[in-house]
Design a protein around this ligand. Structure first.
Ligand code: ZN
Length: 97
């Protein structure tokens, strides 16, 4: 399995919630800042990033299996309250026509 193709035009990342691959632009990048999971919607924050669909199901799955802590190599549990609030807002905005 050495022949991995790199589609540079459309980079893919794995959602830490549902574990499905998706286009990077369809996922929300998360970075750990001082013990908090911070949504990096511009993709500009430094450090390791974890990717998740901006959906509550994926967020809850990721939180339940501590996927952010693992993906971001955090030394302890990360606070996801602010992130959850952000995703809730995003979902609410998308639901409004
Ligand atoms: Zn997902």
């Amino acid at each position: 399995m050495s022949g991995r193709t790199h589609a540079r035009a459309c980079p893919e990342r794995t959602c830490v919630g549902c574990r499905e691959r998706a286009a990077k632009k369809d996922l929300l990048r998360i970075v750990a800042v001082e013990g908090d999971c911070v949504p990096d919607h511009r993709g500009t924050l430094p450090g390791r990033g974890a990717y998740v669909h901006p959906a509550l199901v994926c967020l809850d799955l990721a939180v339940r299996r501590r996927a952010f802590t693992r993906a971001l190599r955090a030394p302890g549990a990360l606070d996801t309250a602010a992130l959850r609030h952000y995703v809730e807002q995003t979902v609410a905005e998308q639901a409004t026509p």
